[in-house]
Design a protein around this ligand. Structure first.
Ligand code: PLP
Length: 391
């Protein structure tokens, strides 16, 4: 048996997305830039794909740019704004951003740019009063994620947008929506947002395709120059198979978003209820109410290191994560949980469980009981060792 509770790292490709990719690779494989019929068909398919995303995001299709991943979309915004506005401009990002935002800010800091981090509270939600104090007329960019990839905390983007547009009217407001797109509705107009990043492989499309929404009039220079694809903004022959798979995947997500979300909420609630009953010492890292996304939950099992728990669960066929997949191989404790001010015991024993529409309540029951078995085995072993040492 295999239970995959690591959907924030990546998801399986849906059958419809895989079919779309295969068709684009084997049959409709034209280059959208070619002037013959096969090229024209690919160009038409690309335009249709763009319109599909535009419809779901409620934006103009000319504002949609396909990229290679969420990381690229984030880099275009961070590095592009820095390039356009120069070193005098201030950049603000939340303290809990994904490495694909955080690392570009570290690079910009080391190159002499003025970057500051908006603090979060113990639940991992940004402090709006701090944002209000930090943003001003010199602020060029504010970047805040929608759903945090480690805790599932949903950020108050509407209030953040109101603050940004009143105290920093020149600033571009960018949202990293990689962990929410396709699972929660996005409301760019309500948030007063100017740009947003999304990624295919988190929503059952293949890896290697992403999207950047840039509101008309937002001035960010192109970083990749060449044949002028994507309205001249992002050159390179379009990754048609992945773009069309991404389009099929997003159609599926949007056609059942509410019921998928409710189903994932049930999986999460079942997991948490069972864990609390079986392992009373475990704690949730993040909000406990509707500011927590249904598809991600971060739980600490005090006394058991994350990697030990992760591999013990893996031995039982259960796949989870000890943090974000991109930093999971680093030995440092989570930067996100540290920014939340959690103590080391909680940080060192934290695991992320993340769900997709393919997970079931029965799986959650099984995972909770497997986790309890691991805790009992390890505590039994530790007590035995302590008794032996005392002898
Ligand atoms: N932003 C967030 C919040 C993420 O969770 C991730 C991936 O885990 C990314 C950006 C990067 O996306 P990609 O893997 O498509 O580069």
């Amino acid at each position: 048996m295999e239970i995959y509770f690591d959907n924030s790292a990546t998801t399986c490709v849906s059958a419809k997305a895989a079919d779309a990719a295969l068709r684009a690779m084997r049959e409709d494989f034209g280059n959208p830039s070619s002037v013959h019929g096969k090229g024209a068909a690919a160009f038409h398919a690309l335009n249709e794909a763009r319109s599909t995303f535009a419809k779901y995001l409620n934006v103009a299709s000319q504002e949609i740019y396909f990229t290679s991943c969420g990381t690229e979309s984030n880099n275009i915004v961070l590095q592009g704004v820095a390039k356009a506005r120069g070193k005098g401009a201030k950049i603000l990002v939340s303290a809990i951003e994904h490495p694909s935002v955080y690392e570009p800010t570290r690079y910009l800091l080391s190159s002499g740019y003025d970057v500051s981090y908006i603090p979060v509270n113990q639940e991992g939600i940004i402090q709006l009063d701090a944002l209000e104090k930090m943003a001003d007329h010199d602020t060029a960019l504010v970047s805040i994620m929608h759903v945090n990839n480690e805790t599932g905390a949903i950020q108050p983007l509407r209030s953040a947008g109101d603050i940004i547009k009143s105290v920093a009217p020149q600033a571009i407001f960018h949202i990293d929506a990689v962990q929410s797109f396709g699972r929660l509705p996005l409301d760019f107009a309500g948030w007063k947002a100017d740009a947003a990043s999304m990624s295919g492989h988190k929503i059952h499309a293949p890896k290697g395709v992403g999207l950047l929404w840039l509101k008309k009039g937002v001035n960010i220079p192109a970083l990749i120059l060449g044949g002028g694809q994507e309205y001249g903004f992002r050159s390179g022959t379009e990754n048609m198979s992945s773009i069309l798979a991404f389009t099929a995947a997003v159609e599926e997500c949007y056609s059942d978003m509410d019921s998928n979300y409710a189903a994932m909420q049930k999986v999460k609630d079942t997991l948490w209820e069972n864990l609390q009953r079986l392992i009373p010492s475990c704690t949730i890292n993040g909000p406990l109410d509707d500011r927590a996304a249904a598809h991600i939950v971060n739980i600490s099992f005090p006394g058991i290191r994350s990697e030990v728990m992760l591999h013990s669960l893996e031995a039982k066929g259960i796949f989870v994560s000890a943090g974000s997949a991109c930093t999971a191989k680093s030995s440092k404790g989570s930067r996100i949980l540290t920014a939340m001010g959690l103590d080391d015991a909680r940080i060192d024993s934290a695991l992320r469980f993340s769900f997709s529409r393919y997970n079931t309540v029965e799986e959650a029951v099984y995972v909770a009981s497997a986790a309890a078995d691991v805790v009992n085995e390890i505590s039994g072993f530790m007590n035995f060792t302590k008794r032996k040492q005392r002898r």
